[in-house]
Design a protein around this ligand. Sequence first.
Ligand SMILES: O=C(O)CCC(=O)C(=O)O
Ligand SMILES: [Fe+2]
Length: 203
Amino acid sequence: MESISERIASEVYEKSYAIVDDFISEELRVSLLKEQSELLEAGKFRMAAVGKGEKKQVRTEIRNDQVLWIDAEHLNKYEKQYWSKVDEVRQAINQRCYLGLKSFEAHFARYPIGSFYVRHLDQFQQVLYRKITVIIYLNDSWSQEDEGMLRMYLPQEDGSEEILDIQPKGGRLVVFLSGEIPHEVMPTKKERISITGWLRDID
Ligand SMILES: O=C(O)CCC(=O)C(=O)O
Ligand SMILES: [Fe+2]
């Protein structure tokens, strides 16, 4: 039988993205959510920046979420569990798509009420090594009225775009080609918590 990771790899191969509900157990979701709340209370989060290197700057008209990078060298028990699940996805995508993915980098992201991230691509000149975006949502509950959808603009063969709105439901994993799918986070009416990461073709 096809594993979840193989299914994700097939979908990424066929349509450049995949969405999987209940990718992590409730126990793991709750543990990661609790960890992020503690880190937030401890003042560890920073306003997210755009750009890289000398061009890196906080631009709240573009994005106004807060992030905390996770140190891949010092993962705790729960982060390790998530990393190992993502690693299965990495291997499956490599087998299916020959992307030569080698490593994973990720940060916690918190979107306070009213925050957003305007349309963008995750891969740009300074970060060409970001090949696949991998997002896991940690929210306890989400409904239509909370808004804050991830809006993906799927390029069509005729040059048009199809809009796909995805609710940030807890346990839901979204995977897509970083260089091909423009997307945005619509203004949220409820605090919105996730781990956003990228599979890279460098160590
Ligand atoms: O949280 C999301 O749904 C998307 C976040 C995003 O686009 C990013 O951090 O680059
Ligand atoms: Fe993004």
